[in-house]
Design a protein around this ligand. Structure first.
Ligand code: KG4
Length: 342
């Protein structure tokens, strides 16, 4: 039987990535990060698009080389169509369209958030690899999104809860910024929190009735705490950095896990996964382990490489769509905004 070989391309934000999957097994996953944004405290869209233009060809070339695959062996090209920064998406989309046309092979569009969820199906060929069965719940937490997704199949996912303001990663990054930590602040908070007391400071938790999240009240209460305390003691932040990080982190995780537990109970689902950049957080990963033990959940935590943006998850999603001949036309265009179904 002929192999199915998929090239995946990801360019939704500030990482240019390409990956190759052969018959469901990942052969390569190359990521070029963009250091250009670190001076600005966040991603600058115009600079991101320019860097993608520079990176895309070498990254694809390297992914094919590491996979040991010739471009003429590819079965299809799959790319992130959205949501994301439009200028960034345009680079990957245009490249994918041109490459697929030149090779005369199908083109497959992928929703970036759907791909984060399906990262749990990436296989590296190791014997102990496991993946969730449908239906399962996925907590999707990144710099731009915080959602609880009910996953009914590879192409049928419903967002049952989501943030009404900031995302969890955004809350980490913004609070880190006011403490003077570099961007992105999430990993720094994670590291510093290890030495701190999570009960040192009490911070606001939102009272929303459904599965939706809100992090803006927490962010404001954190800001006011720093403002009031530094008025009395200008060294308050540096003297309490670890406790501040630990308290903030534990509040964010409580908020995330409480709603997830509520959804798992209401939908009667015992398989629970986590995905997105914030799923790299060590305390969140621990909370998943603890909830798994306490409530009998079968939990799924992705390897670190597949938590942040990567093309392996795009190639995996493309591989699943390829099985169903779920191709797209050359006239599809990227989209920026998050949708409620994917
Ligand atoms: O999915 P992702 O790579 O892309 C965006 O949505 O932009 O997520 C990035 C987010 C950032 O907010 C970053 O601070 C957060 O994930 N993050 C973390 C950790 N690692 C990355 N947050 C908390 N703890 C971490 N270890």
């Amino acid at each position: 039987m002929q192999s199915t070989i998929i090239l995946g391309i990801e360019s939704s934000c500030d990482d240019t990535s390409a990956a190759v999957i052969q018959d469901g097994i990942l052969l390569s996953n190359v990521i070029a990060n963009q250091s250009v944004h670190s001076n600005y405290g966040g991603v600058v869209p115009e600079l991101a698009s320019r860097a993608h233009q520079i990176n895309i060809i070498p990254v694809v070339h390297e992914a094919l080389k590491r996979a040991g695959i010739n471009k003429n062996e590819l079965s299809a090209i799959t790319f992130t169509r959205g949501p994301g920064l439009l200028g960034s998406l345009l680079v990957g989309t245009s490249f994918a369209k041109g490459f697929a046309q030149a090779l005369n092979i199908p083109l497959i569009d992928v929703n970036h958030l759907q791909a984060h969820v399906l990262a749990h199906f990436i296989r590296e060929g190791k014997p102990d690899e496991r993946h969730p069965d449908y239906p399962f719940l996925c907590l999707l937490v990144s710099g731009g999104n915080s959602q609880i997704v009910l996953v009914k199949s590879y192409n049928d996912m419903e967002v049952v809860g989501q943030t009404i303001d900031d995302a969890a990663g955004e809350a980490f990054d913004k609070c880190a910024k006011v403490m003077g930590l570099p961007y992105p602040g999430g990993p720094h908070i994670d590291r510093l929190a290890k030495e701190g007391n999570p009960k040192a400071f009490k911070l606001n938790k939102p009272q929303l009735p459904n599965y939706n999240y809100s992090f803006s009240g927490l962010k404001t209460s954190f800001l006011y705490l720093l403002r009031d305390k530094t008025a009395d003691n200008p060294n308050f932040i540096s003297e309490n950095l670890a406790d501040l990080c630990a308290s903030l982190q534990s509040t964010v995780i409580d908020i995330l896990m409480n709603k997830l537990k509520m959804a798992a109970d209401d939908f009667n689902i015992q398989q629970v996964a986590v995905a997105g950049g914030v799923s790299a957080n060590s305390a969140l990963r621990q909370a998943f382990q603890d909830y798994g033990k306490k409530y009998g959940w079968k939990i799924f935590i992705p390897p670190f490489a597949y938590t942040t943006d990567n093309a392996a998850m795009i190639a995996m999603t493309g591989y699943l769509k390829y099985q169903h001949a779920d191709f797209c036309s050359i006239s599809e265009v990227p989209f920026a905004r998050v949708t409620n179904k994917f």
